[in-house]
Design a protein around this ligand. Structure first.
Ligand SMILES: Nc1ncnc2c1ncn2[C@@H]1O[C@H](COP(=O)(O)OP(=O)(O)OP(=O)(O)O)[C@@H](O)[C@H]1O
Ligand SMILES: [Mg+2]
Length: 505
């Protein structure tokens, strides 16, 4: 993983990282709060030996003391001394429990021993430390006094007595929090890396092309405004998303130049991937260029076009198919010039059957005759066959994958369904691309040779040019395809299903 991958991971998984960090720090705080506070009292012992007056005797004596302190430090932590201390203070604890809270360390090359005692009570910690040290002095006197009662070779003095500790030494809240932060970061990165490795969603153009076996004709950025208002007002809107749809419109004219597609089905593998929103805006982008466009709600199960466009949903496609109303009466003009909509109509019990009927083909053909383009919104391919049935009778299909949401195998399955009915796949669209980060819309957008940072005036200019850019639907084969399609189109169309399956894995 290089620095760029690392930054990308941080951007994509910062929520995971923050959650892990917060959980670990809260855990550290909880541990600190639940830990019984312990106070520490310390004494310092000085070990001396009876040395002669000569320099060499003094040296020998000092060496003797330094060797002694190591053994003394061990004796300080011993059971005998602990029991003597308990007896002296009348403590209600075992020698083992007391020993566990006593530590003694001899400073190298000195004759000093530091004794530390931990206890939940500051008074008891001080008393234990002092009594233990006094008892140790007595014990050494007993141990070091020769049997003949002469002067002991070595003696211990309590050089510094314990005072009453004011603040507890355990828990170490600051250290625990630092530890929590380190653990949280480690854990966060670990989870982020694992999630990244396990993430099999479509996030880039190359993967989409490999799995779909067709070129990417559009990259639509995530635009929160679309959740409130699905339709873009192309006459006044020059934001990134409207530019993306204008690009998509431009790219459409280069698809299947020998038989320019006029009846286009928009579908995807799973629900909620942006089919309806994208279908509406493709239709609007075509209408903006002066085309006469019919938009059909081919989703007879969970229709949304009437809601997204504030139209009547009860009379529409299914009503016409059942003979309840004539096509002309079911078509609804919209507030957008050039856009006419055939909403779903009441939800029928047999959508697949209706969509596969001759009547459905007839309706679509009638619309083809009346309009320059017929854009059909449809159902998800993995769930039901409706979209595949519609696709089989259309000039072409645009398949949508939602960035970071559509799984590779779902997309492969959807493409397989289209192939199964011999539907002509025109291209793929990546929707709801994040607008920041290296995998973002801006990155992908520039792939089409556009400058995503273009000024609003240049966008306005391109909006004006948009009206001129679209050739008559059945003509103008003279234009050269844009680079992305020119590069990827022919090769990709020849990709085998096996290659696609490999990509999906
Ligand atoms: N480019 C976009 N930016 C932000 N939100 C979007 C975009 N496209 C679609 N959405 C939102 O995503 C949600 C699903 O969109 P939409 O209804 O178009 O998907 P769908 O594929 O038609 O769903 P279904 O399969 O249920 O019909 C909606 O809330 C919509 O507003
Ligand atoms: Mg929909």
């Amino acid at each position: 993983m290089n620095l760029q991958d690392f930054v990308k991971l941080l951007r994509a998984r910062w929520i995971t990282l923050c959650v892990a960090l917060i959980v670990a720090v809260l855990g550290a705080v909880a541990v600190s709060m639940l830990t019984t506070p312990l106070y520490q009292a310390s004494t310092r012992l000085f070990v001396s030996t009876a040395a002669g007056s000569s320099l060499s005797d003094m040296y020998q004596g000092n060496r003797f003391s330094q060797e002694r302190v190591v053994s003394y430090a061990e004796l300080l932590k011993g059971e005998t001394l602990a029991q003597r201390t308990i007896d002296k203070l009348g403590l209600d604890m075992t020698a083992g429990a007391l020993r566990a809270n006593v530590s003694a360390s001899a400073k190298p090359d000195t004759v000093l021993i530091d004794v530390k005692v931990l206890d939940p009570s500051p008074v008891r910690a001080r008393d234990i430390a002092n009594t233990l040290s006094d008892e140790f002095v007595a014990m050494i006197r007993e141990l070091e006094t020769p049997e003949d009662g002469s002067r002991p070779d070595s003696r211990v003095v309590v050089e510094q007595r314990a005072s009453l500790p004011v603040t507890p030494v355990v828990p170490k809240t600051g250290r625990n929090i630092m530890f929590g932060v380190a653990l949280g970061l480690l854990l966060g990165f670990g989870v982020a890396i694992v999630r990244d490795l396990l993430d099999n969603t479509v996030k880039d153009r190359k993967t989409l092309e490999e799995i779909a076996g067709t070129g990417v004709v559009g990259a639509v950025p995530l635009d929160k405004e679309r959740r409130k208002q699905a339709a873009i007002s192309f006459d006044s809107d020059n934001s990134g998303i409207s530019e993306a749809f204008r690009k998509l419109r431009t790219n459409l004219q280069f698809l299947a130049v020998d038989h320019p597609p006029r009846v286009i089905v928009v579908t995807s593998s799973m629900p909620g991937e942006g089919k309806s929103t994208t279908a509406i805006n493709i239709a609007l982008a075509l209408a903006e260029a002066g085309r006469n466009v019919a938009l059909i709600d081919g989703d007879l199960r969970r229709p949304t076009l009437h809601k997204y466009l504030d139209l009547v949903g009860a009379v529409g496609f299914s009503t016409v198919l059942s003979g309840g109303v004539g096509l002309a009466d079911a078509l609804q003009k919209t507030r957008f010039p050039g856009l006419t909509v055939l909403t779903s109509g009441t939800i029928p019990p047999n959508p697949s059957e209706l969509l596969g009927s001759l009547a459905a083909r007839k309706v679509v053909n009638e619309l083809r005759a009346q309009f320059d383009y017929v854009v059909i919104d449809s159902t998800p391919l993995v769930a039901v066959t409706d979209a595949a049935i519609l696709a089989a009778g259309a000039d072409g299909v645009l398949i949508i994958a939602r960035y970071g949401h559509t799984k590779r195998e779902q997309l492969a399955h959807a493409v397989g369904s289209l192939e199964g009915v011999g539907a002509p796949l025109l291209g793929a669209i990546l929707t709801m691309m994040p607008t920041r980060g290296t995998g973002s819309y801006g990155y992908s957008y520039s792939y089409y040779g556009d400058d995503s940072t273009s000024s609003s005036s240049s966008r306005r200019m391109s909006a004006k040019l948009a009206a001129l850019e679209l050739p008559p639907p059945k003509s103008d084969h003279s234009l050269k395809p844009p680079q992305s399609i020119a590069e990827s189109g022919p090769d990709i169309v020849q990709q085998t299903s096996a290659k696609r399956r490999r990509a999906a894995d």
